[in-house]
Design a protein. Structure first.
Length: 231
């Protein structure tokens, strides 16, 4: 059983950009930020989806850390937990999940009351909220379209954490609504066939694929290069 102290330590490790801002991993997140910005074809692209082929590939951790590095660059950022099946954002930031995205889509909450301050400059959070019985239908709804349009008028950038592509339809629905999508892959676990299927799913959804983030990649000799250069 995980106690509260262990839970805090685990969340801290997830937000390495905050706990270890000079680490190799943090620098890689900043590099990904730059690559994404170079990939955006227009300044009016504001919504970026983070997804993965399967579960436990690091998409939620990647999305949260990317939200922080974008906020640190001066952009006003909103991080949304749109995984209404296995939400994690409230655990990462130690907040309540009683109200959030699902409540807004069901018209049982107000935007001003649902968006939370993260404690990090320029970064706000929208939790999943209560887990609904029909996530895909809610994400496909006109209410979701209207909400995204409203949020675009308030933020420079909106990052959305979503379920795995090959498990449910949710991410394909969101990918079609977002300006760009990032696929997160666990290089030590994910099979090539799954990556291809995930890419094809995004293509079918008419998503703009901004790139692939490869988790658990072995830096090998490059590790010493980054370490020595940083020192």
């Amino acid at each position: 059983m995980v106690n509260k102290k262990q839970s805090r330590r685990q969340a801290g490790r997830k937000l390495v950009v905050r706990t270890d801002p000079h680490s190799i991993t943090t620098e890689q997140y900043r590099t990904i930020r730059s690559n994404i910005m170079f990939s955006l074809p227009a300044d009016d692209m504001k919504t970026i989806l983070f997804t993965s082929p399967s579960k436990e590939e690091g998409k939620s951790t990647t999305c949260a850390n990317m939200a922080i590095v974008f906020a640190e660059s001066g952009k006003k950022v909103l991080l949304i937990d749109a995984d209404m099946r296995r939400p994690t954002l409230h655990h990462t930031f130690h907040m309540s999940n009683k109200s959030g995205l699902s409540n807004l889509l069901l018209r049982k909450g107000r935007l001003g009351e649902s968006v939370r301050r993260s404690g990090i400059n320029n970064l706000d959070l929208l939790m999943c909220g209560q887990i609904p019985g029909n996530p895909a239908e809610l994400l496909q709804s006109p209410e979701m379209d209207a909400l995204l349009e409203e949020l675009k008028s308030r933020y420079d950038l909106i990052l959305i954490d979503s379920p795995p592509l090959l498990a449910v339809a949710d991410s394909k629905i969101l990918a079609n609504k977002c300006d760009g999508s990032v696929l997160v892959v666990n290089t030590g676990k994910t099979e090539k066939a799954s990556v291809v299927k995930a890419r094809d799913a995004l293509v079918t959804a008419k998503a703009l694929i901004l790139g692939v983030v490869m988790n658990n990649f072995d830096l090998a000799k490059n590790h010493m290069y980054y370490q020595n250069y940083g020192n």
